[in-house]
Write a protein that binds this ligand. Structure first.
Ligand SMILES: Cc1ncc(COP(=O)(O)O)c(C=O)c1O
Length: 445
């Protein structure tokens, strides 16, 4: 599909961002020129996927599209059992309810907003076991999604293996800047978790992007295809939650997948309460068909080369101009380091939120905050979490924009950087209880 984009005036953008309470999630999409809010559900579907949409079997039960989806997941990811859900958080909800008991711990390679909230709502506590380098935007570690096994062992020794619900392992790590985990780290994690009988639940939202980074950067994988590496990653885990709106390039959809029959029986039973029957789980038949096709397209080397190549094109332009970003450039977007960018603003003045608003004001480019607002509050003390990373995410949808759009984005970021000292901090004036970054409102200080 081709969509028109609209340029606005500075006056219109000023009115829009004030009305939106300086929160880019509260802008209308027609007020946006280039939309880099998220890569979630925003990719362009292919001719084949659209053709698949015409083959929707909308039977309530046993839709043929479900079986096509199940076949694609078994073939490309290797998981035996599939439970469809409306999107990733639907899968997170179900797995958290089944596997987490009150007081359990869930170690993982950095938190993700919805994943962590579902763990907490199920009575668990997330523990960060990612390597320290992941919290440092300047570190050039090639696999900043790697797990620090000492951190995991310390936790096991402290609380005991029975108190660990599972290890939540993400490919790639969104909040760290779209950073991949290496095959070596995953293999070592598998070995250790096997020793203690702990399961690995894989947040496979961007697994093919992670596979591409392994192919590009990890010794010994240069001659393997993205498809082969994707399968190897999945084979090292016990089950997965998937937001199919990213890698698999559909506008809506997700699933839970696993190898354990008992876990599957429980999940398949629970999905009927929260999502829909176990052969659609909140998706239309046509969406499941497009998803089955999108999975096959996502693991093609040529596609990944173009997709991640575009992200790196933008990243390299910003690096050349001396703009502080998370290094090395990750897979689904370029992340501005708002702490370094706006060094005159302390973290409680919401620098990343203010920077995303300033970028919108400059050019109509919509980005989003990934810092203190996204991190939320500690559910027990009520205090803000103060994450080390205070970032603005320029997220690139797949197969939507051209390199010329990336040039416009780079020009705007550079111009905001040159005028950074004029950017003021923000005050939060409305704060919702859950996932506040979606709906919070701010005023300029
Ligand atoms: C790493 C990761 N996990 C889980 C999710 C949640 O998926 P969804 O938005 O489909 O509910 C997302 C989406 O933003 C994500 O990036």
């Amino acid at each position: 599909m081709v969509e028109p984009v609209f340029m606005s005036t500075l006056k219109e953008r000023k009115e829009a961002i004030e009305r939106a309470g300086y929160n880019t999630f509260l802008l209308r999409s027609e007020e946006v020129y280039i939309d880099l809010l998220t890569d979630s559900g925003t990719s362009a579907m292919s001719d084949r996927q659209w053709a698949g949409m015409m083959l929707g079997d909308e039977a309530y039960a046993g839709s043929r599209n479900f079986f096509n989806l199940e076949n694609a997941i078994q073939k490309y990811y290797g998981y035996k059992y599939v439970v469809p859900t409306h999107q990733g958080r639907g899968a997170e909800h179900i797995i958290s309810k089944i596997m987490i008991k009150q007081g359990d711990f869930i170690p993982g390679n950095m938190y993700f907003t919805t994943t962590k909230l579902h763990q907490e709502l199920a009575g668990g506590k997330f523990v960060d076991i990612i390597i320290d380098e992941a919290h440092d935007p300047e570190s050039m570690h090639p696999f900043k999604g790697d797990v620090d096994l000492n951190k995991l062992e310390n936790l096991i020794n402290e609380v005991g293996q029975d108190q660990i619900a599972y290890v939540a392992m993400a490919t790639t790590v969104n909040m760290a800047g779209g950073q991949p985990i290496s095959m070596a780290s995953l293999k070592a994690l598998r070995k250790l978790t096997n020793q203690y009988g702990i399961k690995i639940i894989h947040d496979m939202t961007r697994v093919a992007e992670n596979a591409f980074m392994i192919q590009q950067k990890e010794e010994g994988y240069q001659h393997k295809s993205v498809e082969e590496i994707t399968r190897m990653i999945c084979d090292l885990t016990d089950g997965a939650t998937m937001s199919a709106k990213k890698d698999a390039m559909v506008n809506i959809g997700g699933f839970l997948a696993m190898n354990d029959k008992e876990l599957f029986d429980e999940a398949r039973n629970m999905v009927v309460i929260y999502e829909g029957l176990h052969t659609y789980g909140g998706m239309a038949g046509r969406d499941m068909e497009a998803l089955a096709i999108g999975i096959a397209e996502s693991v093609k080397d040529e596609h990944m080369k173009a997709r991640i190549g575009q992200v790196h094109y933008l990243g390299n332009k910003l690096l050349e101009a001396g703009v502080p970003i998370v290094k090395p450039v990750g897979t689904h977007g370029v992340f501005l380091d708002a702490r370094a960018f706006l060094s005159h603003l302390s973290q409680d003045k919401f620098p990343a939120q203010a920077l995303a608003a300033a970028l919108y004001l400059d050019s109509g480019v919509r980005a989003m905050e990934r810092g203190i607002v996204s991190a939320g509050r500690d559910p027990i003390t009520g205090e803000h979490h103060y994450p080390k990373l205070e970032l603005v995410r320029l997220t690139i949808p797949r197969r939507v924009y051209t390199q010329a759009h990336m040039d416009v984005v780079a020009e705007s970021v550079i111009s905001v950087f040159e005028n950074r000292n004029s950017i003021r901090g923000l005050k939060m004036v409305y704060e919702p209880k859950y996932l506040r970054f979606f709906q919070a409102r701010f005023e300029s200080l």
